[in-house]
Design a protein around this ligand. Structure first.
Ligand SMILES: Cc1cc2nc3c(=O)[nH]c(=O)nc-3n(C[C@H](O)[C@H](O)[C@H](O)COP(=O)(O)OP(=O)(O)OC[C@H]3O[C@@H](n4cnc5c(N)ncnc54)[C@H](O)[C@@H]3O)c2cc1C
Length: 400
């Protein structure tokens, strides 16, 4: 893959930088939060600016609202936005269900949902996992039984991120219990305001509410909300998971945090006047992360190029998910090591911005950083655990 930048690419990078300078600095309260779960108003503001510019969904085909960029341009955009801590846009609509709808949905579904996903008008959540059906997702039991023009849905989903903000949920449901488990699943789009849906919070180790249980009791869902064919939902589910796993790699964010880590290591002198960044043992650990990150970046680009060419990245997305989360977690560990006792307090919702980096390390900064890292611990779990991704690779690549 040729990654040398042409004069056009350099001009594009400049255009992105100018756009960021003109639009991100005016974000409310100047809070360019880094967390996976950024303040909603800030995300919406950034999303609406990207939407107006036509840059909201670089990976989508142009006919559905994509930006029409080359792979290099997409890479430049991700790099530049990560470098300034641009808010993370929710992946559920833009990276997960959106591509499923434009690839497998009908014209009515495309017209109803795609514009609202792009504009950020509708929030989505993901109804895949169930108690007892996480890694073995295809064993899911939430049932959808046909009743005239509708399905009647009964069952429970769990670990549903942001269900308490969501307008719609995309759900895997069992429409045939009498066949091989992968063959009796359908993919339904369900309005969260439907009678019979009950959302209950799950508070996680960071003492926050991101996750939920979602209960379905006789929920009536129009059959017109089924994406693609009945009982073929597993195919669409896997397509979505490949996109989800590719997105979890988070190369831009890890790169940015690694740069920040270098700044931190240069901040507080020890008693002898030397700083952590001068320590050869620390430098070795940092170099190890940077080498892996560089390899990850090129693997990421190769996988994205496969996706852009319309090819299924297959086990490539599993590999990327494992490497991306492991490198990010190694960087997070080292950051906590560098922060030492400043990383201890766990105070939630302390605003962070790029300006913090020039200030002495304070507990506010680090406690919030820590909460972001606590969710980082979960990244080797969600989207399919890393152990299960290794199984996928063993089967698909090694033929075991
Ligand atoms: C922060 C967070 C957000 C999430 N958000 C969502 C969401 O929005 N929507 C959603 O549907 N789900 C969500 N999930 C759920 C996530 O996808 C599941 O937790 C994950 O798939 C693992 O399933 P499980 O928790 O049931 O663990 P289990 O499947 O019970 O696994 C337990 C352990 O056993 C290991 N294991 C299981 N089977 C095998 C095997 N065959 N070989 C080797 N090891 C194995 C696993 O790796 C894991 O370590 C989220 C999870 C987290 C942590």
């Amino acid at each position: 893959m040729d990654m040398s930048l042409t004069p056009e690419d350099e001009a594009f990078r400049q255009e992105v930088r100018e756009f960021i300078a003109d639009n991100l600095d005016s974000a409310p309260l100047q809070e360019r939060l880094y967390s996976f779960y950024t303040e909603e108003t800030i995300v919406k503001d950034w999303q609406s600016k990207l939407f107006k510019k036509g840059w909201i969904a670089p990976g989508w085909p142009v006919e559905y609202g994509g930006a029409g960029w080359t792979e290099t341009q997409k890479h430049i955009f991700h790099e530049e936005t990560a470098l300034v801590d641009a808010p993370h846009l929710s992946a559920f609509g833009l990276s997960m269900v959106g591509p499923v709808i434009y690839t497998f949905g009908n014209d009515e579904q495309k017209a109803q949902h795609l514009p609202k996903i792009l504009s950020g008008e509708m929030n989505w959540c993901q109804g895949y996992s169930e108690p007892g059906s996480g890694s073995d997702l295809a064993s899911l039991k939430t049932a959808a039984v046909r009743d005239g023009e509708d399905y009647i849905v009964n069952g429970q989903k769990i670990w549903t991120s942001n269900a308490h903000f969501a307008d719609w949920i995309f759900c895997l449901v069992r429409t045939n219990p009498d066949v091989k488990k992968q063959q009796g699943i359908s993919f339904l789009l369900i309005d969260m305001k439907s009678p019979g849906i009950d959302v209950k919070p799950i508070v996680t180790i960071d003492n926050d509410h991101h996750l939920n249980e979602v209960f379905f009791s006789d929920v009536r869902v129009p059959a017109a909300n089924r994406v693609g064919e009945e009982n073929i939902g597993w195919t669409y589910a896997k397509f979505l998971l490949a996109n989800e796993r590719t997105g979890i790699a988070g190369v831009g964010s890890t790169k940015h945090w690694t740069n920040r880590l270098k700044v931190i290591a240069g901040m507080e002198p020890f008693g002898d006047g030397k700083k952590l960044g001068d320590d050869p043992a620390f430098q070795t650990k940092l170099a190890d992360i940077k080498v892996k990150l560089s390899a990850l970046e090129y693997t990421n680009l190769r996988t994205l190029a496969e996706v852009a060419a319309g090819r299924d990245p297959g086990p490539g997305s599993s590999m990327l998910k494992i490497l991306g989360t492991e490198v990010a977690q190694a960087m997070q560990h080292l950051t906590m090591e560098a922060a030492s006792y400043f990383g201890m307090p766990l105070i939630k919702h302390v605003p962070r911005s790029l300006s913090n980096i020039d200030q002495p390390i304070g507990p506010g900064y680090w406690s919030d950083a820590y909460s972001s890292m606590a969710i980082g611990r979960a990244s080797s779990n969600y989207g399919g655990t890393n152990e299960v991704q290794r199984n996928v690779i063993a089967k698909a690549v090694l033929g075991l």
